[in-house]
Write a protein that binds this ligand. Sequence first.
Ligand SMILES: [Zn+2]
Length: 338
Amino acid sequence: MSDTFEELRQGFERDCAAITDAESWKAVRDKYLAREGGAITAAMKRLRTLPKEERPLFGQKMNELRTLVEGRLEGLLQTAKAAEASGRGMPLDVTRPGFPLASGSAHPIKRLQAEIEQIFVGMGFQIRNLPEIETDYYNFEALNMPRNHPARDAQDTFYFDDTVLLRTHCSSVQPHSLEGATPPVRAISTGKVYRRDPFDATHSPMFYQVDVVAVEKGLTMGDLKGTLGVFLQRVFGREVKMRLRPGFFPFVEPGAEVDIGCIFCGGKGCPTCKGSGWIEILGAGMIHPKVLRMSGVDDGVYSGFAWGMGIDRVAILKYGVDDIRLFFENDLRFLQQF
Ligand SMILES: [Zn+2]
């Protein structure tokens, strides 16, 4: 309700600023006060449609606005007449209220992306900025997904030609960081990825991902689990229960699906976690020896872990949003809540 008044008031002030003579003054008066079609008159008529308990406040506010508008117009008429007579135009009105400028802010997904990057910087990881247009080699082949590998089906994407495509994940951070490097290597890459998915409550053909790679002598699943635990705790801002289940991804061996204790019901079971108390959040594992070898890393000396996770997925869980599309529709009423 207060929005209506504020919009009317600001619109009125803006229109007042455009008054230059008696004629433009009359146009503004009619716009707000005309018996037929005046903005304030029309708003007054809405009084009858409101619930009983809202009417007194609405009526009072509307009367205040009407008094303000009438007062301003009265003063402006004198000024406009004088300006017309003198031929020097309207004087500068230094008492006119200012108009607040709406200031923008970073999109919640971009903010979370920056937050995630900072968490990894704090753990000694390097941030790699990698291209969204990627070669088939870095997106698939170097990650142990040769041509005709069935795992490619799960990541059907958009191709420019036989060898160039829109990346389906940020996992190319593995070959890009390992090629020509001498471990230890710790790197992440975040950004947009693309898949031929329908656009619905839980899918989008474009979404944000973060992919993590760490390679050095003697890294184990224990290091993976420890790093994951610290990361999840920092990103959710509290202790988060976590479990690893065996899972298959061609570029890791062994691979794991990682669940966190449902943050909506605290593990008791609710519709969001389908009663299980757990929510799947990411895929992880020890980097496949073949992936290390293809990037020129001696898998007899070094080992490493990797994981990949949807940033939008984290946002959904962190902020309790039930539809991924809300993040991409740019409705300010939604975005301003963050
Ligand atoms: Zn739950």
